[in-house]
Design a protein around this ligand. Sequence first.
Ligand SMILES: Cc1cc2nc3c(=O)[nH]c(=O)nc-3n(C[C@H](O)[C@H](O)[C@H](O)COP(=O)(O)O)c2cc1C
Length: 255
Amino acid sequence: MRAHIVLAHPEGQSLNGRLARMSEAALSERGWATTLSDLYAMGFDPCDRPEHYATRADPDAFRVETEQRFHAEQGTTPGDVAAEVEKLSQSDLLIVHFPLWWFGMPAILKGWMDRVFLYGAVYRSTMRHDTGFFRGKKAMACVTTGASADACSHSGQEGDTRMHLWPVLYSFRYVGFEVLQPELLHGIGSAIHREDSEGRLPALDALTERWRATLQTVETRSSISYNSDGDFEPSGRLHADAPEHSPFISHAPKI
Ligand SMILES: Cc1cc2nc3c(=O)[nH]c(=O)nc-3n(C[C@H](O)[C@H](O)[C@H](O)COP(=O)(O)O)c2cc1C
């Protein structure tokens, strides 16, 4: 088995940095092969822009979808993006590590998705959801929040973190991944970096060990239920008798 691990955090000594290294270590110990993309350390450019393309399908106007599809067909996708697509294609599992920033993922991870989920090659109208490019593979998010578990619950003042993650995780579903239930680590403040009298970091160590335990059974972790393609009418609306799996795709408006 092979996992590709993506880290979206500027500091290696952060909890997220430690969790990503634990992903490598714990899966390797269990016989998995791993690759790690530390996006900040790589200097990954999250913005698709004309400078990434030496030649252009349309020299007059820069359209992301036009250039992504053209260069995928020509085999001239920018090297940093092609390398990520290759690592994902070789892997059985994608793990993304990130802190919740303004109720969503950090911009560098959003930009990784904008550029790596290539139009024409990774998705198109006839290749998404049930027929997505990465079908047969799994994806999982490990997310930290500053706010407490209570504040991030369904009735919490921060709003339900599971709802905030919907756009990230549904993007994985869109490109065909089976999406595992996320790991949520709440209440991560500066206190977790407090040393004990012997110079250890007990709170950080406990959270990292909790993540190690999760990885021991990742093969059997339950996944999130989504509507299948057959649940929708040709217009794109949910069939009246189709199941409802989330407030985002529902029979009655929630707001
Ligand atoms: C720009 C920014 C935005 C943040 N937004 C949120 C937020 O919306 N909700 C929350 O609970 N914490 C928020 N936080 C706190 C981080 O989630 C928290 O510091 C992080 O999860 C701790 O993990 P780390 O030590 O790996 O950075 C934010 C922090 C920053 C720097």
